[in-house]
Design a protein. Structure first.
Length: 277
């Protein structure tokens, strides 16, 4: 089973490797992506309803659209012109695939995605959600790099804004500016944890933890979680050598009927913060 899922994950990365002049090479054993040590624990991966799943008679099935908080002001999903912000970076160095994510995490999330899509009509595996989380990363990292934390309100939870401001205060101005991520810097996106939780009032909440692999010009070593899967070719132009870094964001949305369809960022973690310790 583990070998089958490894091949499936490798196939997904294969398309990425082709677009970055890389190749998907098999390695002995599996490559695991450990969760970063953030300020709180992730929720358990589970779908635990308070009542049996059932479709109400006569209920019209329609897929829920992925809407990110603040979308009316900023392109946080697949709207025309929302593929990337102005000023995206130019030509990037070649990136080759040298490993795969943890196969068990990969297949577990795939199964939960299917369950969430089946019972809640919420397609986390869609291109729309993929674009939305990428644009959220670009927007949030841009505000962090410029120190405009107040502009994250309505998109990031208040608790996390305070945490972000505290973490960024330990960085130098140069280190903080390196937090900014452009759309072209994002190499790969992978959900690592998906939860659907019911509270005592019958409300339903979905939490999705997403890891991003990205190119960065930060000073210091590569992120070990990134170099397990990707390798960056040397820069022949004599410019700053790009390195692999990762970021982990958690997205939260209420699924109760009549609730706001907005996704909110409830956890932010960047490899750059670890370098400042």
């Amino acid at each position: 089973m583990q070998r089958i899922t490894s091949l499936a994950a490798c196939r997904e990365l294969g398309g990425l490797a082709a677009s970055t002049a890389g190749r998907c090479a098999s390695k002995s054993g599996s490559t695991c992506c450990r969760q970063p040590a953030v300020h709180r624990h992730w929720l358990d991966v589970r779908v635990r309803p308070a009542r049996p799943f059932a479709t109400e008679p006569g209920r019209r099935l329609s897929r829920r659209r992925s809407v990110f908080a603040g979308e009316k002001l900023r392109l946080f999903s697949s709207q025309p012109g929302g593929d990337g912000p102005p000023g995206s970076s130019g030509q990037q160095p070649a990136v080759s695939v040298v490993g795969i994510p943890d196969p068990l995490t990969w297949i577990r999330c795939k199964v939960i995605m299917c369950l969430v899509d089946l019972y809640f009509e919420l397609d986390i595996n869609s291109e729309e959600f993929d674009k939305g989380v990428k644009q959220a990363l670009v927007h949030v990292s841009s505000k962090m790099s410029s120190g405009r934390y107040h502009e994250l309100r309505g998109i990031v939870s208040n608790e996390m804004i305070e945490y972000i401001e505290k973490k960024c205060s330990s960085l130098t101005d140069a280190q903080r500016q390196q937090l900014g991520v452009k759309m072209d810097d994002i190499i790969f996106v992978l959900p690592e944890d998906i939860s659907v939780v019911f509270d005592q009032y019958g409300r339903k909440f979905c939490f999705v933890v997403v890891r991003f692999w990205l190119l960065s010009s930060h000073e210091g070593p590569d992120d070990p979680e990134g170099t397990k899967i990707f390798k960056v070719a040397s820069d022949e132009d004599g410019g700053p050598q790009k390195k692999i870094a990762t970021a982990v964001y958690e997205f939260h949305r209420e699924l109760t009927r009549g609730a706001s369809p907005d996704w909110t960022v409830t956890t932010v973690w960047h490899w750059h913060w670890k370098l400042a310790k």
